[in-house]
Design a protein around this ligand. Structure first.
Ligand code: HEC
Ligand code: HEC
Ligand code: HEC
Ligand code: HEC
Ligand code: HEC
Ligand code: HEC
Ligand code: HEC
Length: 253
């Protein structure tokens, strides 16, 4: 199973890297600031080293607008054209700072707006959580190319706000190593707790069910025939400690 996942991740990575080589032309009209022109990324770099350092590795650095394919939009896809800002850095109206406001992102990622409108969602539209809490739009060292989240520890950003899931647990659930998004649809979901599936199917993707005869269902080394009809794998009295347990190696409290 582990190997399968690694191959899957590898294919995704290769896919993302190879698509990323090409310039993308945005269908959304570029942001404007009266009198200002778009500049190269290298022109922002001397003053904003931290923000510029890893940006060129990201997909965002390769976006251009119609008739501007050669120059590209650089940092300007989110900050607008920066030529006047460079001459007058302290004039606030000469550069756009999206801060925590997701509207700049929604110009191109409209589908994400829909995800955050699903019944269960991270409160981004409510202004409590922002895209930049989980993504670094300017890139970062070791960024996973397809998500702009860190690959050093893919769960680290979640622990900032959800420390209980960090553990350490005496009995770890190995699924956690694949990342929280193996079970959670992180932006939004139709299922409570942002789950990918609301029932045992969530777990059966990795824990295969084997049927030895018509009345016997085995999961792991244990007969689950009488247990499955009682509810989901993680409902009361079963594996309620899905993230890890300090009491029971079968992930129960
Ligand atoms: C000559 C140095 C210099 C250059 C070149 C420069 N900046 Fe700045 N930038 C500054 C300074 C200084 C500030 C802080 C201004 C302040 O504190 O009000 C700043 C602030 C910003 C902010 C935050 C603005 C805010 O209101 O919070 C953004 C965004 C920004 N710059 C983007 C850019 C981009 C994009 C480029 C390239 C097009 C660029 N800068 C080029 C010096 C520069
Ligand atoms: C995909 C959108 C996007 C792109 C592209 C982008 N930025 Fe930003 N930038 C943001 C957002 C969002 C914030 C606000 C982050 C926050 O408040 O946490 C920000 C904040 C900033 C700030 C203010 C200081 C800070 O860290 O809050 C500076 C300076 C800045 N960006 C410079 C740049 C430069 C230079 C580039 C190009 C190398 C660039 N940005 C490219 C979205 C972007
Ligand atoms: C000008 C359009 C544009 C804007 C504005 C924009 N993006 Fe993107 N973004 C793209 C495109 C194009 C891709 C490539 C993937 C795709 O086609 O969806 C992308 C990819 C991403 C990815 C996946 C990582 C990757 O490298 O493929 C993340 C995460 C992301 N954007 C977050 C943001 C956030 C957060 C903001 C706002 C701060 C933002 N974007 C603003 C156009 C944009
Ligand atoms: C609570 C954390 C969190 C917030 C808030 C968040 N994201 Fe994400 N996003 C993720 C994670 C984690 C992934 C990677 C999912 C995966 O790899 O399975 C992701 C993936 C993405 C992707 C690439 C894959 C895809 O689904 O297309 C884009 C684009 C993206 N996010 C855009 C945004 C935008 C735009 C916002 C704000 C409006 C935002 N995200 C807010 C955690 C978050
Ligand atoms: C900036 C803080 C922040 C970050 C980072 C964050 N979350 Fe959240 N998360 C929240 C808030 C706020 C809620 C909504 C809580 C509520 O409605 O009671 C939430 C809700 C959730 C829920 C639903 C909980 C419930 O009881 O219904 C899940 C699951 C979740 N987050 C998973 C994640 C994952 C996975 C990540 C990392 C990709 C992550 N979160 C990153 C703040 C954050
Ligand atoms: C193996 C699947 C799985 C993985 C991996 C997983 N979760 Fe969960 N998570 C669940 C299930 C199932 C629930 C709902 C439990 C319930 O309803 O009793 C849940 C519930 C939650 C909740 C709501 C509070 C609670 O404990 O009921 C939060 C917050 C949460 N998860 C965060 C995370 C974070 C952060 C990560 C990654 C570090 C993560 N989850 C990884 C399956 C998973
Ligand atoms: C991404 C794959 C994956 C998912 C999804 C997943 N698990 Fe696991 N789980 C594992 C791996 C790997 C192990 C450790 C190897 C083993 O015992 O099979 C494990 C171990 C366990 C164990 C301990 C088994 C033992 O005998 O010690 C329990 C209990 C468990 N998982 C329950 C669940 C439940 C409940 C869910 C759904 C909420 C779930 N798992 C979802 C991969 C996963």
């Amino acid at each position: 199973m582990k190997e399968l996942w690694q191959i899957f991740v590898l294919i995704l990575t290769l896919g993302a890297v190879s698509c990323g080589i090409y310039q993308k032309t945005s269908v959304v009209p570029p942001l404007t600031i009266p009198g200002a022109e778009y500049t190269k990324i290298s022109q922002c770099k001397p003053c904003h080293k931290e923000q510029s350092e890893f940006f060129e590795n990201t997909t965002h650095a390769r976006i251009s607008a119609k008739d501007m394919e050669k120059e590209g939009l650089g940092c300007g896809i989110c900050h607008g054209p920066g030529s006047l800002h460079m001459e007058n850095e302290y004039e606030p109206d000469l550069i756009i700072n999206p801060n925590k406001n997701p509207e700049i992102c929604f110009r191109c990622h409209l589908d994400k707006k829909a995800e955050f409108r699903l019944q269960y969602h991270h409160p981004v539209l409510e202004g409590i959580v922002s895209c930049a809490d989980c993504h670094n739009p300017m890139g970062q060292m070791h960024a996973r190319p397809w998500s702009l989240t860190s690959q050093l520890d893919i769960n680290e950003i979640c622990f900032k706000c959800h420390p209980e899931q960090r553990g350490p647990f005496v009995f770890e659930h190995e699924a956690m190593r694949e990342g929280c998004s193996i079970c959670h649809k992180v932006h939004g979901s139709v299922n409570d707790k942002l789950l990918i599936a609301r029932d045992s199917n969530l777990c059966l993707r990795c824990h295969f069910q084997t049927q030895t005869d018509p009345s016997r269902f085995w999961i792991g080394d244990s007969d689950h025939d009488n247990r499955m009809p009682r509810g989901s794998c993680f409902s009361a009295a079963c594996h309620t400690a899905v993230h890890g347990s300090n009491f029971d190696d079968h992930l129960r409290y």
